[in-house]
Design a protein around this ligand. Structure first.
Ligand code: NAD
Length: 257
């Protein structure tokens, strides 16, 4: 079964890793649905440029992944979902006792609960089509912890648990569910947490990159969005048909420490 002609929904894909994954799936011939909560002209232009570059169908659908109904409506509006990539995510950095409760709720909703709702909506479509791939973007922080990221780490560990459960519930079907666990990838989400991390640790930008972010990444290099996209393409390939319920780290050796 080839990826070409399959429909892939990638949540949170007008930027960063989601956009990189959508690009690589389109390069492999998948029709892609881009998503974010913004609905700007640029979002539709991104879909148009992917369609033109790769000769596939690409659409943008607005849906706020913090809202359960909107998560399910995204899948229904797409009309088909052979490949579901749960990628939408936000971050907030603060000690637990200062962590705003509304930030906790938003991170759990967008980074974890959205994947539950989209998966619930997509599995019947995958069963109907007789093939499916769920690729959840967790994190090295789905396998390990760091201070000041309580909600993100709880959500990303939760994504790994949801992935395993999805895999067991579909184990006898031609559907797989896996999680990719990236280390640090230089995207807008990572750029945005540099100032707060500078404040928490009392460091300048270069120190935060070297001594906090890449401290635990033994390669001392950021992973790239193309590498995460390539891993998603592998998980959607026939070679990965028996790979299910697991995590794949793309983290420069972080979790080997
Ligand atoms: P990013 O900020 O570039 O992208 C986040 C995406 O999520 C954007 O497209 C944004 O529009 C979307 N999004 C945010 N809130 C949304 C909402 N309410 N509804 C719909 N879409 C929404 O960040 P990124 O670094 O590309 O992160 C993508 C995913 O990868 C996240 O789940 C993140 O936790 C994970 N991740 C990132 C890194 C990293 O180092 N960048 C490492 C591990 C895991």
């Amino acid at each position: 079964m080839t990826i070409a002609g399959k429909t892939a929904i990638v949540t949170g894909s007008n930027s960063g890793i989601g956009l990189g994954v959508a690009q690589e799936l389109a390069r492999a011939g998948a029709n892609v649905v881009l998503n974010s909560f913004t609905d700007n002209d640029e979002d539709h232009a991104l879909a148009e440029s992917i369609a033109q570059e790769h000769g596939v169908t690409a659409r943008y659908i607005r849906a706020d992944m913090s809202k359960p109904d909107a998560c399910r409506a995204l899948v229904e509006q797409a009309g088909a979902c052979d490949i579901l990539v749960n990628n939408a995510g936000i971050q907030h950095v603060a000690p637990i006792d200062e962590f705003p409760a509304e930030k906790w709720d938003a991170i759990i909703a967008i980074n974890l609960s959205s994947a539950f709702h989209t998966t619930a909506a997509a599995l019947p479509m995958m069963r109907e089509a007789g093939w499916g791939r769920v690729v959840n973007i967790s994190s090295a922080h789905g396998l390990t912890a760091s201070p000041f990221k309580s909600a993100y780490i709880a959500a990303k560990h939760g994504v790994v648990g949801l992935t395993k459960t999805t895999a067991l519930e579909t184990a006898e079907e031609p559907i797989t569910a896996n999680a990719i666990c990236p280390g640090y990838v230089l995207t807008p989400l990572v750029e945005a947490q540099i100032p707060d991390t500078m404040k928490e640790y009392g460091m300048d930008r270069d120190q935060v990159v070297r001594d906090v972010m890449l401290k635990r990444q033994p390669s001392k290099e950021f992973a790239t969005v193309e590498q995460i996209g390539g891993t998603a393409v592998y998980l959607c390939s026939d070679a990965a048909a028996q790979v299910t319920g697991t995590t794949i780290s793309v983290d420069g050796g972080w979790t080997a420490l």
